[in-house]
Design a protein around this ligand. Structure first.
Ligand code: PBG
Length: 329
């Protein structure tokens, strides 16, 4: 008789039957860097997530190296914001400074990991939009050279990867051409290809103080009702030269992840965004959910759906739990 329970009887059999594995070395940990000195402040809506000034990044570097995750993705919170988001492409801006700090720290400690830079204007513009505004509208093409400059500033500081996230049409191509023209033809691009206009970004906008001051992002981020269009976005980024494509957010879009997996041959990343993180943290704090089991289940879901890479604020905790589980056997 068929007995599907046979292979569930104990941990040894379950391990053999497991179809997927949540691999810590495939996780990327997002890090918020800000100006100033000696700052480590918790993001109120994201317990356990901090904003660091560059000089305090040593503890992050050590924790990330110890966890064995793939690396970090840097988000900058500048001291000043302006109309054109100039902090995003300042060679001495918060992100280039943080990249240099990490690289210097690696030389000293001999331990290193991937340092990726998110490339967008929204954390740097006074109006909070991801591109420049002209007559109250986001000027797509006029914003492309600014993204290209931001990518160059990150590349020159030593970033291992750049990740344009603004959903401007043509941004991947613009960044690729700028990098190639400046001697960075080997630097990979992770494209935020299918990024939806999502409510789940709320806590991030808190963290980066980047909520749009007027309107919303629906004219450039994707409509949450669409999946076929996500495939078109991915295909467009492939043609423009993306090396990794991404679906974001993750949890409410696993169908899109699965479809993307079937349609693209590129490595596929998912971004387990701030709101997804904060929901788990809040429920765990109330005692309504077991944080470790919940996060473990969520990570399994991402890999099962077909993700190769997971960007998650849970990365360090999850790595620690995985290590504890190995020790316990
Ligand atoms: C935009 C950007 C966003 C996030 C990262 N980069 C979203 C947005 O405000 O539109 C969200 C990440 C998260 O919620 O964790 N450049």
């Amino acid at each position: 008789m068929q007995r599907l329970r046979r292979m569930r009887a104990n941990g040894m059999l379950r391990a053999l039957a497991a179809e997927t594995r949540a691999d810590v070395s495939k996780l990327i940990y997002p890090v918020f860097v800000r100006g100033g000195e000696n700052v480590k402040e918790e993001v109120p809506s994201m317990p356990g997530v901090y904003r660091y000034s560059a000089d305090r990044l040593g503890e992050v570097a050590d924790a990330v190296a110890e966890a064995g995750v793939a690396g970090v993705m840097l988000f900058g919170i500048p001291e000043q914001k302006d109309e054109s988001g100039s902090g995003a492409y300042d060679e001495n801006g918060v992100v280039p400074r943080a990249i240099r700090f990490f690289k210097d720290h690696f030389r000293k400690t001999g331990k290193s990991f991937l340092v990726a830079a998110d490339i967008c204007l929204c954390e740097y513009t006074s109006h909070g939009h991801c591109g420049m505004l002209v007559g109250g509208e986001v000027d797509n093409d006029g914003s492309l050279p600014l993204h290209a400059k931001a990518a160059l500033a990150a590349a020159e500081a030593g970033a291992d990867m750049v990740a344009p996230s603004s959903m401007m049409d043509g941004v991947v191509g613009a960044v690729r051409r700028a990098l190639d023209g400046a001697g960075f033809s080997s630097l990979p691009i992770m494209a935020y290809s299918a990024k939806f206009a999502s409510a789940f970004y709320g806590p991030f906008r808190d963290a980066a103080d980047s909520a749009p001051k007027s309107g919303d992002r629906k004219s450039y981020q994707m409509d949450v009702r669409n999946a076929r269009e996500a495939v078109r976005e991915i295909e467009a980024d492939e043609v423009e030269g993306a090396d990794i494509v991404m679906v974001k957010p993750a949890l409410a879009f696993l169908d899109v992840v699965k479809t993307a997996r079937e349609r693209t041959l590129l490595p596929l990343a998912v971004y387990n965004v701030s709101g997804e993180y904060s929901m788990v943290k809040a429920a765990a704090k109330e005692g309504w959910l077991d944080e470790k089991r919940t996060v473990t289940e969520i990570m399994a879901a991402f890999f099962r759906a077909g993700a190769d890479i997971v960007i998650t604020y849970h990365a360090l905790d999850f790595a620690r739990w995985q290590k504890e589980a190995e020790v316990q056997g």
